[in-house]
Design a protein around this ligand. Structure first.
Ligand code: KIV
Length: 276
C-alpha cells in the first residue's frame, strides 16, 4: 500500500465510467465494494477501491430488513448522499431500489436522475436483462452511465423462491448470455454477475466488450464486488460461500463496547486525563 493511502490522502484522479471500461481493455482487474456512509466511503477510497456501490443491500446489512424489497428511493438517496459527501475518487454507483424502474421507462429515468442530481451518484445500477433494456436505453440517453446486474438478482427473490445459484442448466446459461448481450447493446458500461457458475462468468466476460463484475461468479470476471459488512465481519447473519472475511470488525466492536461498559461500571472511565 502506498504511503498516500496509509496517511489517508488520496491522490488519484476521479474515476469515470469510461475509465472502468478502459480497465477491461487494459486487462486490469476492477475492485468494487459497497458503501452506505461517509466514513466507509472514505476508507475504501483511500484503500484504492475503484467503484463504491451504494447497494440496496443497505436494507439487509444496515437497516435490518429481511430482503432488499422494502428499500425505498428515499433510503437510497439518503445513503448515496452520505457516500458522495466523502468526495471519493472512486466512481459512486447508486442502486435503483425495487419498484423504482419497473413501472415505466419514464419513471426509471426520473429516479435515476434523482440519484445523480440530488445525491451525487456518478452512475446507477439496476437488476434484470432484456426486460429492463428499454429503461437502460432511456437512462443512458439521459447521459447517466448504467451498470447492469444479472444472475441471482436479490430483488427477484420471491420469483426465484429463495437465494439460489442461477443459470445451472445449459438453456439458462444461453439465456443469461443473451441477457448480458442485450444489456451491452442497450448501453450498460458494466454488468454485475451474481451467484452463477464460474465457467459461465468467464464465458460472459469473454463475450462482452464491457467489464463484468463478479460476486459469486468466479475469478474469470473482470472485477469483483463484495458487500463491505460481509467482508469486514460486521454482518451477523448467514453469509454466502463466496464471501471472504478480511476482518472481524464485529468482534472488535463488541469487545470495545464490553470494555467500555466494564470501565464505566468500575469507575475507571473517565480518568483524570479525560476530565476537565
Ligand atoms: O446491493 C448490493 O450490494 C448489490 C451487490 C451485491 C452487487 O447489488
Amino acid at each position: 500500500m502506498s504511503p498516500e493511502r496509509v496517511s489517508g490522502r488520496n491522490t488519484r484522479a476521479k474515476i469515470t465510467a469510461p475509465a472502468i471500461v478502459e480497465m477491461k481493455r487494459r486487462g486490469e482487474r476492477i475492485t468494487v465494494v459497497t458503501a452506505y456512509d461517509f466514513p466507509t466511503a472514505r476508507l475504501a477510497d483511500q484503500a484504492g477501491v475503484e467503484v463504491l456501490l451504494v447497494g440496496d443491500s443497505v436494507g439487509t446489512v444496515l437497516l435490518g430488513y429481511d430482503s432488499t424489497l422494502p428499500v425505498t428511493m428515499d433510503d437510497m438517496l439518503h445513503h448515496t448522499k452520505a457516500v458522495s459527501r466523502a468526495k471519493p475518487s472512486a466512481l459512486v454507483v447508486g442502486d435503483m431500489p425495487f419498484m423504482s424502474y419497473q413501472v415505466s421507462e419514464e419513471q426509471a429515468v426520473a429516479n435515476a436522475g434523482r440519484l445523480v442530481q440530488e445525491a451525487g451518484a456518478n452512475a446507477i445500477k439496476l437488476e434484470g436483462g432484456e426486460r429492463v433494456a428499454g429503461a437502460v436505453r432511456h437512462i443512458v440517453r439521459a447521459g447517466i452511465p448504467v451498470m447492469g446486474h444479472l444472475g441471482l438478482t436479490p430483488q427477484s427473490v420471491l420469483a426465484f423462491g429463495g437465494y439460489k445459484v442461477q443459470a445451472r442448466s445449459e438453456a439458462d446459461q444461453e439465456r443469461l448470455l443473451r441477457e448480458a448481450q442485450a444489456l451491452e447493446a442497450a448501453g450498460c458500461f458494466a454488468i454485475v454477475l451474481e451467484g452463477i457458475p464460474a465457467a459461465l462468468g468467464a464465458r460472459v466476460t469473454r463475450e462482452l466488450q464491457i467489464p463484468t463484475i463478479g460476486i459469486g461468479a468466479g475469478v474469470g470476471c473482470d472485477g469483483q464486488v463484495l458487500v463491505s459488512h460481509d467482508m469486514l465481519g460486521l454482518y451477523q447473519g448467514r453469509t454466502a460461500r463466496f464471501v471472504r472475511r478480511y476482518a472481524e470488525l464485529g468482534d472488535a466492536m463488541r469487545d470495545a463496547y464490553a470494555r467500555y461498559v466494564a470501565d464505566v461500571k468500575a469507575k475507571r472511565f473517565p480518568g483524570d486525563e479525560e476530565s476537565y
